[in-house]
Ligand binder design. Sequence first.
Ligand code: SAH
Length: 257
Amino acid sequence: MPVRKPLAKDMAGFKPANSNTRVTIAGVPKSITPQFKPIQSQNLGLTSERSRQAMVDRLRLQGISNENVLSAMASVPRHIFVDQGLASRAYEDAALPIGHSQTISQPWVVARMLSAICDDNQAPQKVLEIGTGCGYQAAVMGQLFKQVFTIERIRALYDISQAHLQREGYRLVRTFFGDGMLGWSTHAPFDAIVVAAAGLAIPQALLDQLAVNGRLIAPEGSSNQHLVLIERTSPTQWKREVLEAVRFVPLLSGVQR
Ligand code: SAH
C-alpha cells in the first residue's frame, strides 16, 4: 500500500487544543522557565545532532532526569517522522500535525511518559504502546527497551509509521493495525504500557495485560485531562497516581481504514 504524506487539508484540523501536549508547566521551578526558548533550527543545522542535543538540554531544564530516556531522544531523528514542510520545527517543544487530525507528541510528553515507566534500577523489557501515530515515540522506545509492540487504529498512519520505522532501522519494533483499547493479548503480559491518546477511563483489557509490578501511563479525561500512572501491585490490585495536566487526541474504539 502506498504511503501517503499528510496533505495541507490534514494540517488544517490541527490546533493546540487537540495536540499531545502538557497544559501547564506546574512543578517546574520558576527560576528555569525563562530559559524555555524555541530552538533556532535553521541556525543550528536542521538535521544535525546539535538540534537534538539542544532539545535534550531543554528537556533537562524542564525536569527530565532519566539519562537513558534523554540519550534515546538524542539519537532519534524526530524530523524524519514529520512532514518535510514541518521538519524545521521538529526540535521545538511542540506537538505537530501528522495528518488525519492526529499529532506527534510534544517531546516533553514523550520524555515524561517514558521516564515514568522506567524504574531507577530496572527498566521494563517488554513494552506496549497504544497509538503509534507517525512512529516517533515507538522509535525512542526501540532504543530503550528490548521488545516494543505498538498498535495504531488509523490505516494510513499505520502505513506511514511502518515506513518510517523500517527506513530508520527500527525493525525490532512490532507494529499492529487494530484497536489498541483491546491490547495485544498474544504478547501479554507487558512490563509497561504507554497510551498516547486520552480516554475517559483506562481500558480494563490494558490493565489486565499489565504484568504484576508493571506500570502503565495514560492520559485520562475529556476536556480536563491528566496523565495517570498505574502500577499493578498484585493480580487483583492496581495503584493509581495522577500526574500533570495534559491535552491529548482522543482514544477511539474500532479502526479507520
Ligand atoms: N505515539 C505518537 C503519538 C500519536 S497521536 C508519537 O510518537 O508522537 C495518538 C495516536 O493514537 C493517533 O495516531 C490515533 O490514531 C491513535 N489512537 C487513538 N485511539 C486508538 C486506539 N484505540 N488504538 C490504537 N491507536 C489509537
